[in-house]
Design a protein around this ligand. Structure first.
Ligand code: HEC
Ligand SMILES: [Cu+2]
Length: 338
């Protein structure tokens, strides 16, 4: 009796506990697009099939071990032929064909609609996101891929350093980012959503904090976002001394050697650096540091002063010697870049 109760607890706890982790914004089992849905359906078929085979094999093993009669002798040759050769052979053949069919079904290259093209470039430990052929000219951002719902989005992935892997489980499978190569994966989101993706190939110290967000928007909202991102931010109102101070601090601290802010491309400290994320509209992003902190004045200040404590090994130095007022001004200036 007691064992049975314990068994029930284990089974229930295991199922409920295990499945609770399957929903949400970063789950292949909670698909938000047709490719991920096909992959999830196929996974369940594989899972069910594997479970049946596992139970069958274990039952045979139990039969062999537990049955007291040791004189059963050798099983008939027919059993070995069918069970050990024909069954696995046919199963593997069917799976090979089915896998190829699923692979075909989730490849939207022949989709009748013209795709939106995006390039994603992997960097240790963040993602550069480029929209190369928008009507208003190219757009560069980071760690966030905004896409219109329903339209295919052809993501070309490559890397500036080591191998990374682009994986947004709720939309599609993985695609490797390989030096010197352009790989392609086409995503379709079927509903507005904020999804989380993750680098899926160990790439160094902060691999685990190389996240990115995919924001699927209604097409009209997406167009509005593009228009806002393409605009060059206005210089701060001279009456707001704190913002002016923040902007000056950004230039004088040399942040522009690694970061672009469009609109700050002139002068001795021009912000035209290519080693870090484009910060032109950093204030509009959901997170900073590829998912490590939420956005906002406080987290920005913390990031600037203590990158190496927050994300040690990130390719940006901590600016721990900035005084409090300058730091606040700098963080407020960046947060104002919407
Ligand atoms: C040596 C190059 C370098 C310098 C100099 C530099 N940064 Fe960075 N910065 C980076 C890199 C690389 C990242 C991405 C780190 C990561 O997420 O792994 C980054 C990330 C950031 C981010 C987060 C952006 C995002 O969208 O996630 C902010 C904000 C930022 N830097 C501000 C600054 C400020 C302000 C300064 C000057 C005080 C500065 N940086 C100086 C290289 C640099
Ligand atoms: Cu990576």
């Amino acid at each position: 009796m007691r064992t049975r109760a314990l068994g029930a607890v284990l089974v229930k706890g295991g199922l409920v506990g295990g499945l609770a982790g399957c929903g949400g914004t970063q789950s292949a089992l909670d698909p938000r697009g047709p490719a991920a849905a096909t992959i999830a359906d196929f996974s369940w078929i594989l899972f069910a099939g594997a479970a049946v085979i596992f139970i069958g094999t274990m039952a045979l093993a139990a039969y062999g071990v537990l049955l007291p009669d040791r004189t059963k002798g050798v099983p008939p040759i027919r059993f070995i032929l069918w069970g050990g050769l024909v069954f696995p052979g046919v199963t593997l053949l069917v799976l090979t064909v089915a896998t190829a069919m699923v692979g075909n079904a989730v490849d939207f290259r022949t989709h009748p609609e013209e795709p939106l093209r995006v390039t994603v470039v992997g960097n240790m430990f963040w993602w550069e996101v480029v929209y190369p052929d928008l009507p208003g000219g190219p757009l560069v951002t980071a760690n966030e891929l905004r896409i219109p719902v329903g339209r295919p989005v052809e993501v070309t992935v490559t890397t500036r350093d080591v191998i990374h892997s682009f994986w947004v489980p709720a939309l599609h499978g993985k695609m490797d980012l390989i030096p010197g190569r352009m790989n392609r994966i086409t995503l379709i989101a079927s509903e507005p959503a904020i999804l989380r993706g993750q680098c899926a190939e160990f790439c160094g110290e902060q691999h685990a904090w190389m996240a990115l967000f995919v924001v699927a928007l209604d097409p009209a909202e997406f167009d509005g976002w593009i228009a806002r991102q393409q605009a060059v931010p206005e210089p701060p109102d001279p009456a707001d001394e704190q913002l002016v101070r923040g902007r000056t601090a950004f230039l004088e601290a040399g942040c522009g050697t690694c970061h672009v802010i469009r609109g700050l491309a002139e002068g001795p400290y021009a912000a035209v650096g290519q080693l870090g994320p484009d910060l032109t509209h950093v204030g509009s992003r959901l997170s900073i540091g590829a998912g490590v902190l939420p956005n906002g004045v406080g987290p920005l200040a913390a990031w600037i002063a203590g990158v190496q404590d927050i994300k040690s090994g990130a390719r940006m130095p901590s600016y721990s010697t900035l005084d409090g007022e300058t730091l606040t001004a700098l963080a407020r200036y960046l947060e104002s870049l919407k």
